[in-house]
Ligand binder design. Structure first.
Ligand code: FAD
Length: 563
């Protein structure tokens, strides 16, 4: 039996490096069994910048922050964070009349009436002009009204309406760094210039440009797209997803809010001529960019198209170009090296999944943490889990393109006709021509629930534009009276929530500690509960004991103080 691993070295100080350090530190130093004595060192280059984007998250993020013992108020203030209630996809499809349409992926899932999915009733009877998501959750209405997911005066981390966050990526990494360092993580700001391997090919030491040799046990490679250790040293093959996904470059820029008191509570994704433009509203600014295919646009063409799209909202700051390596390593864990973050893989950020994947990878690492023998079954299992997570996210992103029906640019035609559809998705698409996505079609711990797939299919109106097989819905007995009753109840609950929930801007000001008048807390409506499991599958493996002695007084309701 191998000896315990006592030292963990993380290389890279972007979101992946610091989030990994934060979560591992929480796991190894704050578990119910006490401090395990493992040392964590993070080495980051003072010369190589971080990617500097990655500002939208998925609904697992509040859990992540709580796991790490962070104060939600400090997080909002430090990271200029805002709430995210879902993603609005604008102009991705056209309806039967050829008019461009929008759809929403909300952080909630549909239900059933008489054992039959809402979606079938919606297709049969419509919903009095409402979008599909409006029949089962309030997120779309809340976002349209510029509302947040809580009333004023509610406890931090209250989750009445499913939500995630938008955050400033640079400030988030800095906040995680400060907390880690205060909690004992060793921080070295130097370049790794050489990697030493032993006779078995394991990494034995890193050569740093100032202080020289740094011995290692377990190495976590968080060096970004280059994969400095996993790819350049360990030579792990990279599986490109380019045959499935065309976008390989992005432009990114920050712009001001047109009206700083009206902060949208959804991420927006606008389809453009050769890709799509994200818009992530933070408290103090908007992060925006254009993810595009270099086979269809040069950087200059993309820049011009993007600036034209921004119109008056552009502040004249030139967008920077980010080349993207899309795909994943064949194995995330090789010998004593584990790649987390962009060094492990990346899928275009249409569903803002990368931070979640870092979080999940670290949870799995903590669960299957090796000893010095690096047992093969653990490594194999971890690699299988990580590989399937990437493939699952890839499938969901491919869905948006495979079912697109725009014909106004070569890019959109190619996205549908030239790109391959992964077998796993193709099989499901064949099923979904006959039946709506259902609970048995995906892995039980799938990040994207079948309800989310339904929201995309129905939002794109594919069943009205030729996707349905003959016989679709023919066996169903759908009682219109039950559906009308449901619509009335759902509308009443949504209206009630929209009036109870706080204006998003005011709510953010309150969370930042600014002076706003609190109203009494809203009653808890059954409809308002998030109806999908938290992404990331089962409950967190990481157990957190109370935070170490806080530097500032901890808020009883908020888990822990920041430092
Ligand atoms: C256009 C775009 C939009 C995105 N949007 C989202 C989003 O909305 N939501 C989301 O979850 N994710 C998003 N992502 C992904 C997200 O940005 C990344 O997952 C996240 O920032 C983590 O990056 P990283 O830490 O792996 O790499 P990086 O930020 O690139 O950090 C790499 C680190 O490694 C260090 N390093 C490199 N080489 C060495 C060396 N030799 N020695 C020492 N240190 C070294 C660097 O100094 C740096 O600190 C987006 C990505 C892109 C490209």
């Amino acid at each position: 039996m191998g000896a315990p691993i006592n030292s963990i070295t993380i290389v890279g100080g972007g979101t992946a490096g610091w989030l990994t350090a934060l979560l591992l530190q929480s796991y190894f130093h704050r578990t119910a069994t006490g401090d395990t004595g493992k040392t964590i060192t993070l080495i980051e280059s003072p010369n190589i910048p971080t990617v500097g984007v990655g500002e939208a998250t998925v609904p697992g993020m509040p859990r992540t922050l709580r796991t790490a013992g962070l104060s939600e108020q400090e997080f909002f203030k430090t990271c200029n964070a805002s709430f995210k209630l879902g993603v609005l996809f604008a102009n991705w499809n056209v309806d039967q009349a050829g008019k461009q349409i929008d759809y929403v992926n909300p952080f909630a899932g549909p239900g059933v009436i008489n054992g039959i999915e809402h979606g079938y009733y919606y297709l049969q009877y419509g919903a009095d002009g409402q979008d599909f998501t409006q029949v089962f959750c309030p997120q779309t209405d809340l976002a349209r009204a510029f509302k947040g997911p809580r009333a004023l005066g509610e406890k931090p981390y209250t989750m009445k309406v499913g939500h995630a966050y938008h955050l400033d990526a640079g400030k988030f990494a800095n906040m995680a760094r400060d907390i880690c360092v205060a909690r004992g993580v060793r921080h070295i700001r130097e370049d790794v210039v050489h990697v030493e391997q032993d006779e078995r090919g394991y990494v034995s030491a890193l050569q740093l440009d100032q202080s020289g040799r740094h011995e290692v046990e377990l190495v976590i490679d968080c060096t970004g797209f280059r994969g400095v250790i996993i790819n350049e040293v360990m030579k792990e093959p990279f599986i490109s997803y380019s045959k499935y996904l065309a976008n390989d470059r992005a432009l990114a820029v920050q712009i001001p809010h047109p009206d700083p008191t009206k902060i949208p509570s959804m991420t927006r994704s606008y389809a453009l001529g050769a890709g799509w433009s994200w818009r992530v509203p933070l408290f103090n600014r908007i992060g925006t960019g254009y993810v595009y295919s270099s086979a269809h646009r040069t950087d200059e063409e993309a820049r011009d198209e993007f600036v034209a799209h921004l119109g008056d909202t552009w502040n004249g700051v030139e967008p920077r170009v980010i080349p993207m390596r899309v795909g994943r390593n064949e194995n995330a864990w090789v010998k004593n090296v584990i790649a987390v973050g962009l060094s492990g893989g990346f899928i275009e950020p249409l569903e803002s999944t990368a931070i979640h994947m870092i979080d999940t990878a670290v949870r799995w690492l903590a669960t299957y943490f090796p000893d010095s023998d690096y047992p093969e079954p653990l490594r194999r299992h971890y690699n299988k889990l990580v590989g399937s997570l990437y493939d699952e996210v890839r499938d969901f992103i491919c869905l948006h393109y495979a079912l697109g029906n725009r014909t106004d640019s070569q890019y959109w035609i190619d996205a549908r006709t030239e790109l391959e559809i992964p077998d796993s998705l193709a099989e499901n698409l064949e099923v979904w021509q006959h039946a709506l996505p259902g609970a048995y079609d995906l892995r039980f711990d799938s990040l994207f629930s079948y309800g989310t797939y339904q929201a995309v299919l129905l939002g794109k109106r594919v069943y009205e534009t030729g996707f349905a097989a003959p016989g679709f819905m023919k066996n169903l007995h759908l009682r219109q009276d039950l559906w009308q009753g449901h619509l009335q109840k759902a509308r009443a609950m949504t209206n009630s929530l929209v009036s109870e929930m706080a204006d998003h801007h005011t709510l953010l000001r309150e969370l930042r500690g600014e002076d706003v008048q609190p109203k009494p807390a809203a009653p808890n409506f059954a409809m308002a509960q998030p109806t999908v499991g938290m992404p990331g599958g089962p409950l967190p493996q990481i157990k957190v004991a109370p935070a170490p002695a806080p530097a500032v007084a901890a808020d009883d309701d908020d888990g822990a103080s920041l430092l």
